[in-house]
Design a protein around this ligand. Sequence first.
Ligand SMILES: [Zn+2]
Ligand SMILES: [Zn+2]
Length: 90
Amino acid sequence: MKWKFIAIGLAMGSLSFAQGVDNTCVATTTKGTNCKVVVKVGNLCHHHGGKKSTTITIASAQCSGTSKSTNQQCKLKTKHESGRCHHHRN
Ligand SMILES: [Zn+2]
Ligand SMILES: [Zn+2]
């Protein structure tokens, strides 16, 4: 059972990587998994010694996801570091 979940995780990871939308932190978490924090500057998030971008943490941005019903950019505001509202996060 354990291996099945790992395989699914790897498939999902490579899928999001192939899309190339977000640049994520290259560091490994204390749990041994890849850090999924989206990085705007460099290739490390601020948790792993990278530079912290103040604009991301303070301003709420329009969600970068696409609404499935209208096929237009989601109008919701989000302060999440991925730049996407809770509907459009993985
Ligand atoms: Zn990180
Ligand atoms: Zn959204």
